[in-house]
Design a protein around this ligand. Structure first.
Ligand code: ZN
Ligand code: ZN
Length: 368
């Protein structure tokens, strides 16, 4: 039996969380209710907690693992699932009719692009004022509409480890699918947070020959974990000249792929990435945190025949493969699940991700 009320942590302003009780929503034949076990917290949460992109109150939490507590018949039939199954819910809620949705690229669907479409629905981003209100994982329960995208969590995989699925799926998507990292690739990963480390894991699994990870003074522990997960070299850019060091490591040849996972370190990682790429034909993965780049060195980019790829979440297949990766024992991925908090510590949990120190992946566990 599910309770009549649901407790949720609501972001009501910059750095402000208030706890609200909601009525348990009615579950239609084509929808379901998720009992949230783990809501992962990432750099985007840190950014939007301090500077909310909208004024309306929001239940945050967009990397959600839980149990299907209640489901309509159509919902379960369409997905081959039943009540009691453990699932990962993508935060994209697509239209299910456009070309992107048909390909499993819900991330590119306009129906879930909250930046461009004010009516767009996305878990962790949609205002709580919109019925039936439970649109985020920082809550005991979450509402799953007819067009939510769920993946069954493999048996034997713990909810906390499964909570790594979002960064891991991004690793598969960005490094392997978008930048074609594979056997004998050489790559530079800038930033050893959960996102950068997931690129290391997937590149290593794919057979990359050289993995170099950069960080700063606050990343000592994270750089150690990078090594444990397969990085060949780490560089502290505050202690060493990274350009010089990269030249040394690669014998002046450079790398095939440079990925920016620094979550907003400005233009420096883009310049370093461009510098680190091999003489002709490398691939540079960029994020939109650096929204503007005056005097972008387009000449150098063109001369080196560089391809730019934009980090844009994950597709259906990368999520499926990430769950399989997490369920294998090949790498000690529990090195990444460092911190856990209860629902009443939502504020502290988000702050822990933003703080310098040892936090890699932080789990909010509403029932802890
Ligand atoms: Zn995220
Ligand atoms: Zn669509």
């Amino acid at each position: 039996m599910v309770p009549e009320k649901v407790l949720a942590a609501v972001r009501t302003g910059p750095e402000r969380t208030e706890f609200r009780e909601f009525d348990m929503p009615k579950i239609a034949d084509d929808s379901a209710l998720l009992k949230v076990e783990v809501a992962g917290i990432c750099g985007t949460d840190v950014k939007f907690y301090s500077k909310p992109p909208i004024n309306d109150p929001v239940i945050m939490g967009h990397e959600n693992i839980g149990i299907i507590a209640k489901a309509g018949k159509t919902f379960t039939q369409r997905r081959g699932l039943k009540e009691g199954d453990r699932v990962f819910v993508e935060h994209y809620v697509g239209c299910m009719t456009c070309e992107h949705c048909h390909r499993g690229d819900y991330r590119l669907c306009m129906a879930t692009d909250w930046r461009k479409n004010p009516d767009g629905i996305r878990f962790g981003y949609t205002p709580m004022t919109r019925a039936p209100h439970l649109w985020g994982g920082f809550a005991q329960y979450m509402y799953l509409p007819w067009n939510s995208v769920v993946h069954k969590v493999p048996d034997g995989l713990s909810p906390e480890l499964a909570g790594l699925v979002t960064p891991m799926a991004n690793g598969i998507q960005w490094a392997l699918f978008d930048c074609n990292v594979g056997y004998q690739s050489k790559l530079l990963v800038q930033g050893p947070g959960q996102q950068g480390l997931s690129q290391v894991v997937t590149a290593k699994q794919a057979g990359a020959e050289l993995i170099i990870v950069t960080g700063t003074n606050k990343d000592a522990k994270r750089l150690e974990v990078a090594k444990a997960l397969g990085a060949d070299f780490t560089i502290n850019v505050e202690e060493e000249d990274p350009v010089e060091r990269l030249r040394e490591i690669t014998g002046g040849e450079g790398v095939d792929v440079a990925l920016d996972c620094t979550a907003g370190a400005g233009v420096a990682p883009l310049l370093l990435g461009l510098e680190a790429l091999k003489r002709k034909g490398g691939t540079l993965l960029v994020q939109q945190e650096t929204a503007e780049f005056p005097n972008f060195p387009l000449g150098k980019l063109c001369n080196k025949y560089v391809t730019i790829k934009c980090a844009r979440g994950h597709n259906y297949q990368s999520c499926e493969q990430a769950l399989q990766q997490l369920n294998s024992d090949r790498l000690s991925l529990d090195l990444m699940t460092t911190h856990r908090f209860g629902l009443e510590q939502t504020h502290e949990a988000i702050k822990a991700v933003g703080a310098s120190g040892d936090a890699i992946h932080v789990s909010l566990m509403p029932w802890m």
